[in-house]
Design a protein around this ligand. Structure first.
Ligand SMILES: Cc1cc2nc3c(=O)[nH]c(=O)nc-3n(C[C@H](O)[C@H](O)[C@H](O)COP(=O)(O)OP(=O)(O)OC[C@H]3O[C@@H](n4cnc5c(N)ncnc54)[C@H](O)[C@@H]3O)c2cc1C
Length: 394
């Protein structure tokens, strides 16, 4: 592709100069001039009102996707227990489905799982594709990918959402490759573009310093993974739905892996994603004695202690208690941030908490921008006072 300027049409308005991400257009003698560093990205083309910028590129045609319909959620389960993220995804799937006037479907794969279908329906599924076979339990990549691939090819959904869990992160990339579509991982927001009616998938980019919105015009289904805790689950006890039993034709030899043994790592604490109260510490907590103080406060509130990446790396909280973009996303009722500056990467994991209390000695700390209550002060004074007031009189 080549881009050039029809000088007669150019009025030197500079719109193209501003639009060029590579500084590759300069105004010389009142006319735009394409410089050598132009990458032919085409960002300037639509900006020129006089159509003075020309290109020999043939615009890519958007295929006809009118036969694709439905918002699907991969219903992750382990040992017959639905992953929380599945129910959260059904919440956002309902919103997307309403906007697109399309049905929401859950795809449930495993063995003897019919008892879970009601839960999927009351959380928002209009229909549940149920694929059951002993070889589908427990999860194995090739088995679940095959079932998903066949269902997608047969039913042609418009949107497919998968939890960004260990299983989802294993399944989604392989599946997207199989069906030949793009995948936007770790989305934090999903919506429908009002004009083009396509899925807008927002996720952090460049180390979390910007939010990028990604849309897929040229292939279906539009596929995204979403981290647990980002979306909100909803229930409607009266909701009805249908169950579609899927035929499973799988040969054990095609699956290529065997699960010989499953063992669960013993947790020393409850998962922070389930906790209603989180007392989180940052660098300002300043060492083990400070974290012991946070644990006392958390115990009084029946909560869990979490932390920023800094303190997780220092070993003051376990890695699975790190909150943020590269840690966990949490939505507790109360989040108490102690000695945390509130970097964007940390806020990404906690800003949907119902009530945020921040304790920081710096009045300009960014954490105060998302806090419902801000206490400006030394946490080594404030936390013991909270503990004192919360401790029941003996
Ligand atoms: C790609 C990438 C991913 C990242 N992912 C994450 C992530 O998932 N989670 C995460 O948390 N970070 C993440 N980070 C790091 C993030 O950018 C910040 O560096 C980090 O969150 C800062 O941690 P902090 O608030 O503990 O420390 P600091 O930023 O150093 O803040 C310490 C705060 O404590 C306050 N303070 C000090 N002493 C006291 C006191 N006695 N009383 C009260 N307040 C006090 C200070 O005023 C300050 O505001 C990521 C960074 C990158 C580049």
């Amino acid at each position: 592709m080549t881009v050039w300027i029809e000088s007669d049409l150019c009025d030197g308005c500079r719109r193209c100069v501003r639009a060029c991400p590579y500084d590759a257009i300069a105004i010389e003698d009142g006319k735009a001039n394409i410089l050598e560093r132009c990458t032919n990205c085409g960002a300037c083309l639509a900006e020129c009102k006089n159509r003075a910028i020309q290109s020999d590129a043939v615009p890519k045609e958007i295929p006809d996707f009118s036969d694709h319909e439905g918002v699907w959620v991969y219903a992750e389960q382990r040992d017959g227990v639905l992953a929380k993220v599945t129910l959260e995804l059904l919440g956002i799937a309902q919103e997307l489905g309403q906007e697109r006037r399309q049905k929401v479907s859950a795809v449930l794969i495993g063995d003897r799982l019919e008892n879970l279908t009601h839960d999927l329906i009351r959380h928002g599924a209009d229909q549940v594709f149920l694929a059951e076979d002993p070889c589908l339990q427990p999860y194995r990549t090739l088995a679940h990918v095959k079932i998903m691939e066949d269902l997608i090819n047969e039913h042609k959904p418009e949107i497919l959402l998968i939890g960004a869990t260990h299983i989802g992160r294993d399944l989604a990339p392989r599946l997207s490759r199989r069906v030949g579509v793009g995948l936007t991982a770790d989305c934090t927001a999903l919506s429908i573009d009002p004009e083009e009616k396509i899925l807008l998938q927002t996720r952090p980019a460049f180390g979390g310093n910007v939010m990028a919105t990604i849309a897929n015009r040229y292939s279906r289904p539009q596929m995204a993974t979403v981290r647990p805790g980002v979306m909100e689950a909803r229930t409607d006890e009266a909701k009805a739905g249908t169950i579609i039993h899927c035929e499973v034709q799988l040969d054990e030899a095609d699956i290529k892996t065997k699960v010989l043994e499953m063992f669960e790592e013993k947790r020393k604490h409850a998962p922070i994603t389930d906790s209603k109260v989180i007392v989180a510490g940052g660098r300002g907590v300043n060492g083990e004695a400070g974290f012991q103080m946070l644990r006392t406060l958390a115990d009084l509130l029946d909560g869990e202690v979490a932390g920023t990446r800094v303190v997780a790396e220092q070993g003051f909280v376990p890695a699975d208690c790190q909150v943020g973009q590269t840690g966990k996303t949490v939505r507790p009722e109360i989040y108490i941030a102690c000695g945390i500056s509130g970097a964007i990467q940390h806020r990404a994991g906690m800003m949907n908490s119902r009530f945020i209390i921040a304790i920081n000695k710096d009045p300009d700390a960014p954490i105060f921008k998302v806090a419902d209550w801000g206490i400006i002060g030394d946490l080594h004074d404030v936390v013991p006072e909270l503990v004192r007031q919360l401790t029941p009189a003996s």
